[in-house]
Write a protein that binds this ligand. Structure first.
Ligand code: NAD
Length: 339
């Protein structure tokens, strides 16, 4: 790879003020030239890239065949994801055009796992409602009844870095933990987690938390059929990717009362909504509006990763990934190199 000024320039897409703060701070040790674009990367905005071999993208940037083809024409050599999930990048096409793709595999699994537990506690004990109520001098407890987490069964789908961290938290609360993954973890079994089939997770869990990646096998894993197996008043938590849940099925489940609680940090159509202030706009997405209208649904806007520790790791690992690729066309941590 060339080591001139062009090779040292990174074009960042979907940047927020905090991205600039963290990447500028840690760039002092690396000396890259950073070009920040607030806009999402997509077939229209790819034209913004000028004389640059590296692009840095986030969860909702569109890195499909059309975009990658244009990136290749612009001589881009590296696509650096500053996140763990990579479902928005067509890896086969990147490979075809000889573009390296890297990611930040585990910047802070605790950040996401802790947010999943925060959603469970909020939905259960309704602290968000209590906060508003007390501010209006309403000290009544009616409608705030919760349940003990101790002794309840939590089912985890996907036991990688985040699922593992989440299982430790759930065990700490005295929950019985069931797990499903295509690869079972001996370490988790030693901790007391039982690995079971997917159907058993649906049938036996009081709370189901999703921590697997979005791919062809996992898309819409929460659908009408899987919901039909679940316990009455089940709680579903999704801090992974929106596409794991078939939104229309979950709305039906909530209307029927089968789903008692839903906490989502991710949403199938989130790229048109999340990470922006739309408070003065008319939202055209009726499904998210319906979801937000339920009293037992909590939506956060893809903030599970959003801790000081995670943003520090994201900046450092992204820069180190790029540095390694420029120097030796490889990355020591194999999980960071996708293509
Ligand atoms: P990871 O790669 O460490 O773990 C993923 C696990 O899912 C692996 O154990 C893998 O075997 C398992 N898996 C793969 N296919 C499966 C299938 N068909 N069924 C069941 N399990 C399957 O990833 P991670 O760091 O734990 O992250 C998990 C997901 O969390 C990411 O893919 C990403 O989409 C999401 N995430 C969200 C946020 C956020 O801010 N909300 C932040 C980081 C990551």
């Amino acid at each position: 790879m060339s080591s001139n000024l062009v090779a040292n320039k990174i074009a960042f897409f979907s940047t927020q003020p905090y991205d600039k703060t963290f990447f500028n701070k840690y760039n002092e040790d690396f000396g890259f030239r950073l070009d920040f674009f607030e806009t999402q990367l997509n077939p229209q905005t790819v034209a913004l890239i000028e004389e640059c071999e590296i692009v840095c993208v986030f969860v909702n940037d569109i890195v499909n065949e059309t975009v990658i083809k244009q990136l290749a024409e612009k001589k881009v050599k590296i696509i650096a994801l500053r996140c763990a999930g990579f479902n928005n990048v067509d890896l086969e096409v990147a490979k075809k055009y000889n573009i390296k793709v890297c990611r930040v595999p585990a910047y802070s699994p605790q950040a996401v796992a802790e947010h999943a537990m925060a959603m469970i506690l909020t939905l259960n004990r309704k602290t968000h409602k209590a906060y508003n109520r007390v501010r209006e001098q309403n000290f009544s407890l009616n409608g705030l009844l919760g349940f003990d987490l101790f002794g309840k069964t939590i089912g985890i789908i996907g036991t990688g870095n985040i699922g593992k961290a989440f299982s430790k938290i759930a065990l700490g609360f005295g929950c019985k933990v069931l797990a499903y993954d295509i690869v079972e973890s001996d370490e988790m079994k030693k901790d007391g987690v039982s690995f079971v089939g997917l159907e058993e997770i649906f049938k036996s869990s009081d709370i189901i938390s999703l921590h697997c990646p979005l791919n062809d096998q996992t898309k819409h894993v929460i659908n009408t059929t899987s919901i039909s197996f679940m316990k009455e008043s089940v709680m579903i938590i999704n801090t992974s990717r929106g596409g794991l849940i078939e939104t229309s099925s979950v709305i039906e489940g909530l209307k029927e009362g089968k789903i008692g609680y839903l906490g989502i940090d991710v949403y199938e159509q989130e790229e048109k909504l999340f990470f922006r202030d739309l408070s003065a706009d008319i939202i055209q997405d009726d499904a998210i509006q319906r979801l937000m209208s339920f009293p037992n649904v909590l939506v956060t806007a893809h903030q599970a990763f959003f801790t000081n520790e995670a943003l520090t790791q994201i900046a450092l690992v992204t820069f180190n990934n790029i540095k390694s690729l420029l120097a030796q066309n490889d990355i020591e941590n194999k999980a960071a190199l996708l293509v």
